[in-house]
Design a protein around this ligand. Structure first.
Ligand SMILES: C[S@@+](CC[C@H](N)C(=O)[O-])C[C@H]1O[C@@H](n2cnc3c(N)ncnc32)[C@H](O)[C@@H]1O
Length: 216
């Protein structure tokens, strides 16, 4: 799986963020710069990802190699992507390269923000974060993780959230195909309220919705 580096601007649009709450978890944060940039805005921001177990040089290498590899997926499935949000492939590359630089700089200077952790078991207390964000793991990789894994992961994300969990996107990587087990998964969410909300971001064609979870 790629360790991609989405930027703060992409997170802001994917999760329709306006005012930031006082604490945010980004799980699976990979090489994204959201945590660094939210922390710079005064937020208690934490990133979780199993890749933070890697030695520093290996993490740098993994993040840098993911930049062209992610563009390769887009090229392979060119018909499944739209460019109105980015404007051009060059602008997308620019955002991702800047985000990777920002992430790598922050990991080196503020390693306490980057916690090795693997869903569906997170090393955080109940309600630790006001808001929990999850970009491009759940649903994106539904060919690798089954319905039961998703259910356990959703419950765990809700456990560590005090107000909301937001997940984007709701389709498979590459093709942007719908996830067959999504309706059944939502039905199985007892004691959790869900809502599918439109967001001002689209890259995979038609993927402009996030899943919002709250405790019932
Ligand atoms: C496609 S990247 C997304 C990174 C970042 N959120 C972004 O939008 O650019 C997927 C990330 O999920 C992480 N990952 C894989 N399995 C995981 C798990 N079980 N729990 C948490 N993160 C996981 C990978 O290490 C990788 O960094």
């Amino acid at each position: 799986m790629l360790v991609t580096s989405r930027s703060y601007a992409e997170y802001e649009a994917m999760f329709d963020l306006s005012v930031l709450p006082e604490s945010i978890l980004d799980c699976c944060a990979g090489g994204a710069s959201f945590t660094a940039e939210a922390a710079a805005r005064g937020v208690d921001a934490i990133a979780a990802d199993p890749v933070y177990e890697l030695a520093p040089a290996e993490l740098v290498d993994t993040v840098r190699k993911s930049l062209p590899a992610a563009s390769g997926i887009v090229d392979e499935h060119a018909g499944s992507f739209v460019w109105h949000w980015y404007g051009s492939p060059e602008r997308r590359d620019e955002l991702r390269i800047d985000a990777a630089d920002r992430f790598l700089q922050d990991v080196a200077t503020a390693p306490h923000r980057y916690i090795p952790a693997e869903l569906p078991d997170l090393p955080f207390g109940d309600r630790r974060f006001e808001l929990v964000l999850c970009s491009h793991l759940l649903f994106t990789w539904a060919d690798k993780f089954d319905r039961d894994w998703h259910l356990a992961a959703l419950r765990e994300l809700v456990r560590v959230a005090n107000s909301e969990v937001r997940i984007f996107p709701l389709v498979l990587q590459g093709t942007g195909a719908p996830v067959n087990f999504l309706p059944e998964l939502l039905d199985a969410l007892d004691n959790i309220t869900w809502e599918i909300r439109k967001v001002p971001y689209e890259f995979q064609a038609g993927a402009n919705e996030m899943l919002v979870l709250t405790r019932s």
